[in-house]
Ligand binder design. Structure first.
Ligand code: FE2
Length: 456
């Protein structure tokens, strides 16, 4: 059974997570050379040949990416998902499978999104003495989780529709205890990046652990085909071995305890490329194959170095080690108030160095898509306790800024939908015939969820 790191986190801010914001690094132990030996094919030519084919593919794809720029990132309006029965139309779905990311227009009504920002800014202003953020003297990322606006946005019906449509791109073995149709809520921070800000720049990185992708046997199985020299056969959308993968072997200060099938945010500003927005590498299969394979090639095999993967940190992607990935990075297209952006859990992403917009802040609420599975239900229980007490969610630095703020979201003023996602209410019971349409794995996930949250 998977163990979750349940230790309380020290005070701090988002800078503890990222080497590019000043987090420290250490060198790797020699055992990592042995690990390389254990997980690579006996014949080094197998991996090298695969890597050569990968470089050729990058070369081909790069031309289109350079030509189209941000436009390679697919987009769809939420109404088009609804009009298609809650699924992505096949052409968009195929594009997301290739690119890994999606912009969903109109996720939250523009006026509602504007109201959210007004509320959040008032909440910060009214309690400025209690608030912490990064950087400390002029925060752009706030250690703030329980504004009513955040709680409402996370449970927005359209957000659930979009994330369920995206989850349909995924597969899990029918016996795998996960339900991709039952979204849970992960409570993250928010960013209000002021015009001209260049403090909150994040270099290219991957979340969801770093060395764990090679070191944990279950996590490693996700990448089995890549590690065996057949990257073309790798399916980035197979969740079977991700559910119980150990993504945090080193008690990372900023590690996410939930399995985020897609990371995401919702815009509370009109943000153009150059406006301090997110950048992604829009080749999900190739980029993953690249950073997984390269440290294992024969010429790097005797070095205890996984090229930017450090214990307890996210995986840094750099020009030095991963130039084809960095060369293909694109900013996402312009977004408006209420648009959502989703990117695959293995996707290399970065935050533009500066918000170049003259007058507009670059504001987003971080909201990932998280399916129901044991790991996520366990964290939900701890997060629920934090919410009820107004404390910081357990994954984040223990600042507890909102504990004494009366205006924070409370259980009494939440909708049923908000309560279900937060584990305050069970998912509604389904009929016998509906139940029969579910897989064994879905029923297991529901049983675990109800047991963990005390609903039986
Ligand atoms: Fe990230």
């Amino acid at each position: 059974m998977m163990m979750q790191n349940t230790k309380a986190k020290a005070k701090g801010n988002i800078s503890s997570v990222f080497a590019s914001l000043g987090a420290s690094k250490s060198s790797l132990e020699p055992r990592f050379v042995t690990l390389k030996e254990e997980i690579t094919p006996e014949d080094p030519d197998v991996l090298q040949a695969s890597f050569d084919r990968l470089l050729a593919s990058f070369g081909k794809e790069k031309e289109e990416i350079k030509q189209k720029g941000s436009a390679v990132v697919p987009e769809i309006h939420i109404d088009d998902i609804k009009n298609n029965g809650g699924s992505l139309p096949e052409d968009v779905a195929a594009c997301v499978r290739k690119r890994g990311a999606l912009v969903v227009r109109g996720l939250i009504d523009r006026k509602e999104a504007q109201d959210y920002k007004t509320q959040i800014k008032a909440y910060i202003n009214d309690h400025r003495d209690k608030m912490i953020g990064y950087p400390e003297d002029n925060p752009q990322v706030w250690e703030l989780y329980w504004t009513k606006a955040q709680v409402a946005a996370r449970a927005n019906e359209n957000f659930a529709i979009a994330s369920l449509a995206l989850n349909k791109l995924w597969y899990a073995h029918p016996d795998t205890p996960v339900d991709l149709t039952k979204p849970l809520t992960y409570c993250d921070r928010l960013r209000i990046r002021q015009p001209g800000d260049s403090n909150f720049a994040l270099a290219e990185h991957v979340d969801g652990g770093s060395l764990e992708r090679w070191e944990d046997p279950e996590y490693r199985q996700v990448y089995d085909k890549i590690l065996n020299g057949r990257w073309e056969d790798y399916n980035p959308f197979d969740a079977t071995h991700r559910i119980n993968a150990e993504m945090d072997l080193y008690e990372a200060p900023g590690g996410c305890s939930m399995f985020r099938i897609f990371q995401g945010w919702v815009a509370l500003s009109d943000i153009t490329p150059g406006g301090g927005t997110i950048r992604v590498c829009p080749l999900i299969k190739e980029q993953t194959a690249y950073y997984m394979m390269k440290p294992l090639l024969e010429q790097h095999k005797d070095q205890a170095d996984f090229m930017g993967a450090w214990p307890g940190r996210c995986h840094d992607i750099s020009k030095e080690h991963h130039s084809p990935i960095v060369d293909c990075m694109v900013s996402i297209p312009p977004v408006q108030y209420g648009d959502g952006v989703f990117w695959h859990c293995d996707q290399v992403h970065a935050v533009e160095p500066k918000n170049e917009m003259k007058t507009e802040d670059s504001t987003v609420l971080y909201i990932p898509s998280v399916p129901m599975c044991q790991r996520n239900s366990e964290y939900l229980k701890r997060q629920r306790d934090a919410f009820l007490n107004g404390r910081t969610p357990p994954d984040f630095p223990g600042n507890h800024c909102e504990e004494t703020i009366d205006l924070r979201a409370k259980e009494n003023d939440m909708t049923e939908q908000e309560k279900i996602g937060m584990g305050l209410l069970p998912f509604p019971a389904v009929s016998e015939s509906e139940q029969q349409k579910t897989t064994y794995g879905q029923r297991q996930a529901m049983k675990q969820h109800n047991d963990i949250l005390g609903f039986q």
